[in-house]
Write a new protein. Structure first.
Length: 185
């Protein structure tokens, strides 16, 4: 698995809308997921070791962000035929096991990942109240290791700033992770 870094933040780029099936059986849109102060869109999956290492932290941060008016959503865009660990059934199991406090959606066509420009898992997109991109960085410095107790919560701090000011930090360190597994047909 090649580790990829996403490009830098395109400040102000509008969030593309979507209508995707969630593990709860409901279809979710951008409007359904957003909070009054913004939205965190996470591209994740089950098989990637970078994502496996951060489940507890994305749950912690999503809950904390919810309390300050930021909604969160996770989208899985990998080719499930080639990567059965990322199947819809396994998405449901992961959401239950980790008690995701956010919708977990299947992007079966991969069109949503393409419209967002997602390149890896995890890939984080932080939007302000006007759904303008303000953050395209990493969760924290831990990569695929366990995080030390004093690890700076870069994503959370950025989203907290976005909730308060509408603006993301000028300096952002890209996330790193496994490439999105694109369909070949």
């Amino acid at each position: 698995m090649a580790a990829l870094e996403p490009p830098v933040c395109e400040f102000g780029k509008p969030a593309p809308d979507f209508a995707l099936l969630g593990v709860d059986g409901c279809t979710w849109s951008l409007a359904d997921c957003r909070g009054p102060k913004g939205l965190l869109v996470m591209f994740i999956c089950q098989h990637c070791p970078y994502v496996q290492a951060i489940h507890d932290r994305i749950v912690r941060d999503a809950l904390a962000l919810q309390s300050i008016g930021i909604g969160s959503v996770a989208i899985m865009s990998n080719d499930t035929a080639a990567y059965p660990d990322d199947s819809f059934v396994n998405m449901r199991l992961a959401a239950a096991q980790h008690q995701y406090p956010f919708p977990y959606l299947l992007d079966e066509s991969q069109n949503v990942a393409r419209r967002y420009g997602a390149v890896c898992t995890p890939d984080f997109f932080g939007y302000n109240a006007n759904l303008q991109l303000q953050y395209r960085g990493r969760l924290d410095a831990s990569r695929k290791q366990a995080a030390a107790p004093d690890t700076i919560r870069e994503l959370f701090i950025a989203m907290q700033t976005i909730a308060a000011t509408g603006q993301g930090p000028a300096q952002q360190i890209p996330s790193i992770g496994c490439s999105i597994k694109w369909k070949t047909h």
